[in-house]
Design a protein around this ligand. Structure first.
Ligand code: FPP
Length: 255
């Protein structure tokens, strides 16, 4: 089981993958959408708690209309094809981002899948669609100000006002396609994320590569701003705290 609870992926490189094969860019998205189910299954198998996939950014509107509408259609197609499997696999599904500009039937479908999977207790699967990290933070601040205009906003307030707070902080952000940017994705949640950039284009990304990345990153030391020795000290103190509490409750025989 992986110690990485929340993994976020920027599924990049679809257009270039298609162009290299002398096919239109949308072909890359079509092939890329086929990879999504395998990676969702793989995340579930690896015991990852939350998987967030960047499927359409607020900046993607500037692409040719045909490409934009293909991405909308692929989202719908995925949901039609996978909704029963998501439910059967205990996956709790949600779309984050401003979905109001999507076609009405797609919005209905999203809401239906969110509703039918709302009591699921397994993988938290999130598609970021018409999503921007800055827009998410601004939305959270505005909602907090409306809720309580006189209160100073804390980090905890902001964290619980993100689109999907239960997914928590991102532990690992992967970007396929060779670019090394985070492109306005999960800006708040990725503050301490490990970053992994692979040259593999998304349509060629496999569960095997995903597993290798998870293994590689699981072995990294995460210091959250502290030095190695501080991390070791923190672990020691936290172990000491646990031991103390076990002894003080007199529950040692249960351990
Ligand atoms: C970036 O690749 C990718 C996107 C803008 C969209 C990613 C979407 C999918 C993989 C399909 C969506 C599927 C579902 C199920 C919602 P790019 O086109 O920018 O690639 P490039 O950098 O090579 O041009």
């Amino acid at each position: 089981m992986s110690n990485l609870k929340h993994v976020a992926i920027i599924m990049d490189g679809n257009g270039r993958w298609a162009n290299r094969r002398l096919r239109p860019r949308i072909w890359g998205h079509v092939r890329g959408s086929g990879v999504v189910s395998d990676i969702v299954q793989s995340a579930d198998d690896l015991g990852i708690r939350a998987l967030t996939l960047y499927a359409f950014s607020t900046e993607n509107w500037s692409r040719p209309l045909e490409e934009v509408s293909t991405l909308f259609k692929l989202l719908k197609k995925f949901l039609v094809k996978e909704k029963d499997r998501l439910l059967a696999n205990n996956v709790k599904f949600k779309v984050i981002g401003d979905i109001r500009s999507l076609p009405a039937d797609t919005i209905e479908l999203i809401e239906e899948v969110e509703k039918t999977t709302r009591n699921a207790t397994g993988l938290l699967l999130t598609f970021a669609f018409n999503y921007g990290g800055r827009a998410e933070i601004v939305r959270a601040i505005n909602s907090l100000q409306i809720e309580n205009p006189d209160k100073l906003i804390s980090e905890e307030d902001l964290a619980r006002s993100m689109y999907r707070p239960e997914s928590g902080d991102v532990d690992l952000m992967i970007r396929t396609g060779g670019e090394q940017r985070i492109s306005n994705f999960m800006l708040w949640q990725a503050a301490y994320a490990e970053l992994f950039f692979t040259p593999t284009s998304w349509p060629d990304f496999t569960p095997e590569e995903f597993r290798k990345i998870i293994d590689n990153v699981s072995g990294r030391e995460r210091r959250f701003g502290a030095t190695s020795s501080r991390v070791a000290l923190k672990q020691t103190l936290s172990q000491a705290e646990k031991n103390r509490s076990i002894f003080s409750q007199g529950t040692l025989h249960h351990v």
